[in-house]
Design a protein around this ligand. Structure first.
Ligand code: IPE
Ligand code: IPE
Ligand code: MG
Length: 228
């Protein structure tokens, strides 16, 4: 069934291209990541003027541990700093934090910061879900195991109950920046009928206007879900 001018409830973004942004400017990669954090900050700020219910951000994949130790350390330090500096603003702006992925294996002080942030934002009305140590294949296998253990039967419905995203609205739109056209192990199950948008913008250059344009673009898409 056609449903033009529909509104997206849940958008997910693969925030890619920090390294290339820095390389183009002959700057260290870490500067690209720092500018990437700034792009996240302005995007989250802009949510208070939007009717989006949920924004999911791919921040660190379960494969990103393969990167050099110092880059992983830089990313973890930026995560620490970001929670400390921005948590109060999240609370004030009605942001509800969610985390998808196996974040429990991160450094214990980060786990504490994240759990405090989850507790402090629990009454927020729009969700920002951050994918940390997230890998979709592992998520699906884990959900299948839990479905069998808890439900005694494995069906798409029982599996879905155990995905990290179970509490989030269905995924409407998946955006990837940087020009790469691949999913990199992100939301493989959830993207079954999501609309996709691959942008040639590097993540540090992504602005709230890009999101607004993406939402306009989504509004014109005809979703069929196999029907007609
Ligand atoms: C995305 O930027 C950030 C993370 C994966 C953490 P990249 O670091 O992947 O940047 P490119 O893809 O090398 O340009
Ligand atoms: C995906 O980007 C992960 C995040 C954006 C956090 P990558 O840069 O890790 O993906 P590949 O390696 O290019 O597929
Ligand atoms: Mg990349």
């Amino acid at each position: 069934m056609s449903n033009a001018n529909q509104r997206a409830r849940h958008v997910a973004i693969i925030m890619d291209g920090n390294g290339r942004w820095a390389k183009k400017r002959h700057l260290p990669r870490v500067v690209g990541h720092q500018r990437g954090v700034e792009a996240v900050r302005s995007l989250v700020r802009s949510l208070k003027n939007s009717d989006l219910e949920c924004l999911t951000l791919y921040a660190f994949s379960s494969e990103n541990w393969k990167r050099p130790e110092d880059e992983v350390a830089d990313l973890m330090n930026m995560l620490r700093k970001f929670i400390v500096s921005d948590l109060e603003e999240f609370v004030e702006n009605g942001v509800k934090l969610a985390i998808i992925g196996d974040y429990q294996v991160l450094a214990p002080d980060i786990v504490d910061l994240l759990e405090d942030a989850l507790a402090r934002t629990v009454n927020g009305t729009r969700t920002v879900a951050v994918a940390l140590n997230y890998g979709s294949q592992t998520e699906i296998v884990r959900a299948a195991r839990l479905a069998i253990d808890h439900e005694g039967i494995l069906t798409p419905e029982t599996l879905e109950k155990h995905l990290y995203t179970h509490e989030l609205p269905p995924l409407d739109l998946l955006i990837r920046t940087s020009g790469e056209v691949r999913l990199s192990n992100f939301l493989l199950w959830q993207a079954a009928y999501a609309e996709m948008l691959f942008l040639d913008v590097l993540w540090p250059d992504f602005t709230p206007e890009h999101l607004a344009e993406a939402l306009d673009n989504f509004a014109t898409r005809e979703r069929r879900f196999g029907g007609r």
